[in-house]
Design a binder for this molecule. Structure first.
Ligand code: G6Q
Length: 542
C-alpha cells in the first residue's frame, strides 16, 4: 500500500476540483451534453451489466479515479490479497475467500501449504452429507428421515445462508423445510421450535469460533428441545440431529456433535465473506451440490475478471471507484439497494453487513485518521414494496441518497404481465431518481401552479442500474463477488482494513459485564448513571 495520505495524492486534488464542477452538475445536464453516456458508462462481464450512466461522472472524473487507484497501488494490493499475503494486518491474517471457489485442479499456497485440496475435501464431505440426508439414508434418533434443516448462526454465519436460500429458492428441493435462527432473543428459536418436529430435524450449528453467545444459547435450546422430544433417553441423539460448521473441534465435540460431522474452514475466511465456505452447508442442502458448485463458479468467474480485466472494464473497480467518488468527494452518505426481484429480498441485509462491517472504519491500516468520509450506509428493500414506503424521501427528501437498482430480465415465475410491470417500475424509478421533473416540465404539462412546488422532483440522485439475465446460482455468486471486490477496492483507496471488525467488540464486553447485574441486587457503582437507571428499571419490571 502506498503510504502517502490519500488526500495528499495528486489525483485527490484533481478530484476535489472535479467534485466542485462536474460533481455539482445535474445528471440531466450531463445527458443533455452527451446522450451517448449509456454506451460510455456501461460495462458487462460475467453476466452482469453495470450501467453507471446515471452517476454524476464524466470520462474526466473516471480518468482521475483511475489515477487515484494507481497512486494508491490498487493492482498491487489486489495481487497481494490473491497471493495470500497477510493483508488483514490487525489480525495478522491472509484474506482468501477467493480461494474457496478455486476449481479442484488449481493450487494456492497459503503460508507454504496448498489449501485447494483442503477446500475440496470439505466440499466433498458436505456433498456426501447432503446426499445422505436428501436420500433418506441419514435418519434421526427414532429412525425418521430428516424433513427440516435449521441453520443456527449469526452475522456472517447467518446472513449469507439466509440470503442465498431466499435468492435460490427456485432451485431448492421441496423435500426439506428450512429455518434460520440467529437472534439471542428466545423468540427466534422458540417460534421455530413450535413449527418443527425435532425428531425430523437436522440442526446446523454454524459458528466459526463455536463460542458466539447467541449461537451457543440457541444451539443449547435446540438441544434441550430435541432431548425433551425423545421417546426414551438416547445418548447418541445429539450426534444424529446436529452437525457443525466450525473451526473449533474441541468445542464441537464438547457439545455432543460427532467431529466427523464437523465441516471446517480457515482463519483466512472472514465471517461476512464465508457464505461460499462450509457456512453455505444449508445452501447446499437446499440446492444440491451441483448447483452449489455453479454458485462457486460464479464467484470464481468474477474473481478472475477482477484479477485480469483492465481498469476501464473492471466491474468491481468501476463500482468501487464511483461509490468512493459519491461518498468521499460528493458527500453522499447512503446507498439504497433496490432489488427488483423478490428472490433477492434479503440481499440488502446481506450487503449491509458485507459493506458496513468491512468499510465502517475511520483509521487507516497504520492507525492514522483516514481524513475523508468512508463507508456509506447501505440499506434497502425489494423494489415496488419500497416504492410504497420510503421512496418519497428518496425523491423529495432533503438528503441525496444514491441507489443501486437491480433488474432481472427473466423471472422464474412467468405469470401474466407481472414481470414486465416489475421491470417498468425499476426503470421508471431509475429515471425519476436520476432526472427528476423540473418546474418547466410540470408547467408544460399544465400542472396547477399551487402544486408545482409539491410535484417538482429534484432528481440528480446518483443511480446505478445492475442488470442480470436471471437469478441463478452462477449469477448470484458473481453478484456477491462483485460487491465483495467493490468493498476491497474502496478499502485500498481509503487505506483501511476491511477485514477486521473491532467496533463490534466493546458492545459485547459491556453486555457480558451487565448481564450478572440484571438478575442480582449488586451495587451498580461501576456503571454510568444512565445504565444504572436502565438496570434498575429492568430489575423492577422483569
Ligand atoms: C463477520 C463477523 C461476524 C461473525 C459472527 C459469528 O465478519 O466476524 O458477523 O460472522 O460474529 O461468528 P461465529 O461464526 O464465530 O459464531
Amino acid at each position: 500500500m502506498n503510504a502517502t495520505a490519500l488526500t495528499a495524492t495528486k489525483a485527490w486534488s484533481r478530484l476535489e476540483l472535479l467534485a466542485q464542477t462536474i460533481g455539482a452538475q445535474h445528471i440531466r445536464d450531463l445527458f443533455n451534453v452527451d446522450a451517448h453516456r449509456p454506451a460510455a458508462f456501461t460495462c458487462e462481464a460475467v453476466g452482469i451489466r453495470l450501467d453507471l450512466s446515471r452517476q454524476r461522472i464524466t470520462s474526466t472524473v473516471v480518468e482521475a479515479l483511475y489515477d487515484l487507484a494507481n497512486e494508491r497501488g490498487l493492482a498491487e494490493a489486489r495481487d497481494a490479497m490473491f497471493a495470500g499475503e497477510h493483508i488483514n494486518n490487525t489480525e495478522n491474517r491472509a484474506v482468501l475467500h477467493a480461494a474457496l471457489r478455486l476449481p479442484r485442479h488449481a493450487t494456492l499456497e497459503v503460508d507454504g501449504h496448498d489449501v485447494v485440496p483442503d477446500i475440496h475435501e470439505v466440499l466433498d464431505r458436505m456433498a456426501e452429507l447432503v446426499t445422505s440426508v436428501r436420500s433418506g439414508a441419514w435418519t434421526g434418533a427414532t429412525g425418521a428421515p430428516i424433513r427440516t434443516i435449521v441453520n443456527i448462526g449469526i452475522g456472517g454465519s447467518d446472513l449469507g445462508p439466509v440470503m442465498a436460500y431466499e435468492a435460490l429458492r427456485h432451485y431448492a428441493t421441496h423435500d426439506l423445510n428450512f429455518h434460520f435462527v440467529s437472534n439471542v432473543d428466545g423468540t427466534d428459536i422458540a417460534e421455530v421450535l413450535k413449527a418443527i418436529d425435532p425428531l425430523e430435524t437436522l440442526f446446523i450449528v454454524a459458528s466459526k469460533t463455536f463460542s458466539t453467545q447467541e449461537t451457543m444459547m440457541n444451539a443449547q435450546s435446540a438441544r434441550d428441545a430435541l432431548l425433551a422430544s425423545l421417546p426414551s433417553p438416547d445418548a447418541g441423539a445429539v450426534a444424529k440431529h446436529f452437525v457443525a460448521v466450525s473451526t473449533n473441534a474441541q468445542r464441537v465435540s464438547d457439545f455432543g456433535i460427532d467431529t466427523n460431522n464437523m465441516f471446517g474452514f480457515w482463519d483466512w475466511v472472514g465471517g461476512r465473506y464465508s457464505m461460499d465456505s462450509a457456512i453455505g452447508l444449508s445452501t447446499m442442502f437446499a440446492i444440491g451440490s451441483d448447483a452449489f458448485r455453479m454458485l462457486l463458479d460464479g464467484f470464481h468467474a468474477m474473481d478472475e475478471h477482477f484479477k485480469s480485466a483492465p481498469l476501464a472494464e473492471n466491474l468491481p473497480v468501476l463500482m468501487g471507484l464511483v461509490g468512493l467518488w459519491n461518498r468521499s468527494l460528493l458527500g453522499i452518505e447512503t446507498v439504497a439497494v433496490l432489488p427488483y426481484d423478490q428472490y433477492l429480498k434479503r440481499f440488502p441485509a446481506y450487503l449491509q453487513q458485507l459493506i458496513m462491517e468491512s468499510n465502517g472504519k475511520s483509521v487507516t491500516k497504520d492507525g492514522q485518521s483516514v481524513g475523508v468520509h468512508t463507508g456509506a450506509v447501505y440499506w434497502g428493500e425489494p423494489g415496488t414494496n419500497g416504492q410504497h414506503s420510503f421512496y418519497q424521501l428518496l425523491h423529495q427528501g432533503t438528503s441525496t441518497i444514491a441507489a443501486d437498482v437491480l433488474v432481472v430480465a427473466q423471472s422464474h415465475n412467468k405469470l401474466g404481465a407481472h414481470h414486465d410491470v416489475l421491470v417498468s417500475n425499476a426503470l421508471g424509478q431509475a429515471n425519476v431518481l436520476a432526472f427528476g421533473r423540473s418546474v418547466e416540465q410540470l408547467v408544460a404539462h399544465n400542472v396547477p401552479a399551487e402544486l408545482v412546488a409539491h410535484k417538482t422532483m429534484p432528481g440528480n440522485r446518483p443511480t446505478t442500474v445492475i442488470a442480470v439475465k436471471t437469478v441463478d446460482p452462477f449469477t448470484l455468486g458473481a453478484l456477491v463477488a462483485l460487491y465483495e471486490h467493490m468493498v476491497f477496492v474502496q478499502g485500498v483507496i481509503w487505506g483501511i482494513n476491511p477485514f477486521d471488525q473491532w467496533g463490534v467488540e466493546l458492545g459485547k464486553e459491556m453486555a457480558t459485564s451487565i448481564a450478572p447485574f440484571l438478575t442480582s441486587d449488586d451495587e451498580l457503582d461501576g456503571f454510568d448513571t444512565a445504565t444504572q437507571e436502565s438496570i434498575r428499571w429492568y430489575r423492577k419490571n422483569r
